[in-house]
Design a protein around this ligand. Structure first.
Ligand code: PLP
Length: 381
């Protein structure tokens, strides 16, 4: 059987990884500034992470959500404490899309309404409701198309006010920092107004922190720069450092009933062990603070470069926009300098490294990046 060919691939086969480095089958060592799409939070193959998963597997690997799984409680407690949302409730699932799907469903149950507002350039996943509110018609199949998805211009309060005053909107969903759309940080004023409008009109506010959460922005969640308190927060990616896990954090005012949400694999022992290990490592190694510090260094050094049109982001979630296509630059970084980076559209490079990225590694990246940029300057002159 052949693989269903939906991914354009680099001709690279990673076989080993450690910290911020990945090795391919030919022995080449790469500096990973992409983290497998913002997934690697505490570094590849961290010894504590491996130990926790191995130990768990040796005792019990799986049972369904019909029995007591103490690791779920431990995870909820640790996540509540570290994120500052001690009084929230946690529903565990398996991916980002599934977290948003459940958040949207929850908002619809709670409000009795059908419509969801999202914003231009957003990405919320590929399952039915999540993809319906995603601003990319190419990935919305006819079965996903619905008038219940209302995609509004970013940072436009008039349009939002108009939509919410219909009292038909169950939830507004917004990324803590827009990721796939090109690293756009919502202004604090906008987020505060969104939160206030939601409150006024009985609409729930869902913060999609799947890419921007778990310390990546230099705070536990990116929306915490604005001081707002969402009704629902969704997480995935960095939560399991590569183990598939997603979470929906739910305000105490929202009451569950048996059967309201459910999943076979969500909250399984191994996912919990991986996620607990991630939080332990984040705490012990002060990784949120490290993301803030190293990110600040990268952002200010990038801002000095005149070839760059704009640098956006916070912490270790950085978008570098050029006014020309960056394919060549990215390929040079990867194949000549052995550095993985991400992309958004044609002109934006995205940096989403592990939160363990050191200052030395950041300096190394900047030296190579500046070298590539100046060689491209010579070519274009
Ligand atoms: C902001 C955001 N939401 C949701 C998702 C979907 O997550 P998953 O691919 O785990 O379903 C992503 C994935 O890139 C994302 O960046």
């Amino acid at each position: 059987m052949e693989l269903f060919d939906v991914y354009p691939l680099f001709n690279i086969t990673p076989v080993k990884a450690e910290g911020c480095y990945v090795w391919d089958d030919k022995g080449n060592k790469y500096l990973d500034l992409y983290g497998g799409h913002a997934v690697i939070s505490v570094g590849h193959s961290h010894p504590h992470y491996i130990e926790k998963i191995e130990q768990q597997l040796e005792s019990i690997g799986f049972y369904s959500n019909s029995v007591i799984i103490p690791q779920q409680k431990e995870l909820a407690e640790k996540l509540g404490k570290m994120s500052g949302y001690d009084d929230y409730q946690l529903f565990l699932c398996n991916s980002g899309a599934e977290a948003n799907e459940n958040a949207i469903k929850l908002a619809s149950f709670v409000t009795g309404r059908k419509k969801i507002v999202s914003f231009k350039n957003c990405f919320h996943g590929r399952t039915s409701a999540a993809v319906a509110v995603t601003d990319n018609p190419k990935i919305v199949a006819p079965v996903n198309q619905t008038e219940n998805a209302v995609i509004l211009p970013y940072e436009n309060l008039d349009e939002l006010q108009k939509a919410l005053s219909t009292k038909e909107i169950a939830a507004v969903i917004i990324e803590g920092i827009q990721g796939i759309g090109g690293i756009h940080v919502p202004s604090s004023i906008f987020l505060n107004q969104v939160a206030a409008l939601c409150k006024t009109h009985g609409t729930l506010l869902i913060l999609d922190e799947i890419q921007s959460g778990y310390g990546r922005s230099g705070k536990f969640f990116a929306h915490q720069y604005s001081g707002i308190t969402p009704d629902v927060i969704t997480t995935a990616k960095g939560m399991g450092n590569g183990f598939p896990v997603g979470g929906v954090m739910i305000a105490p005012s929202i009451k569950p009933w048996y059967g309201m949400l459910g999943t076979t694999f969500g909250g399984n022992y191994l996912a919990c062990a991986a996620s607990i290990a991630v939080l332990d490592i984040m705490k012990n190694e002060n990784l949120v603070e490290n993301a803030a510090k190293v990110g600040q260094f990268l952002i200010s050094r990038l801002n000095e470069n005149e070839q760059i049109k704009e640098v956006r982001g916070k912490g270790l979630m950085i978008g570098i926009e050029f006014d020309f296509p960056i394919k060549e630059i990215r390929q040079q970084l990867l194949f000549e300098h052995k550095i993985f980076t991400g992309v958004s559209g044609t002109n934006i490079i995205r940096l989403l490294p592990s939160l363990t990225l050191s200052m030395e590694q950041a300096v190394y990246f900047m030296e190579k990046f500046e070298q590539v940029l100046s060689s491209n300057l010579v070519q274009t002159n």
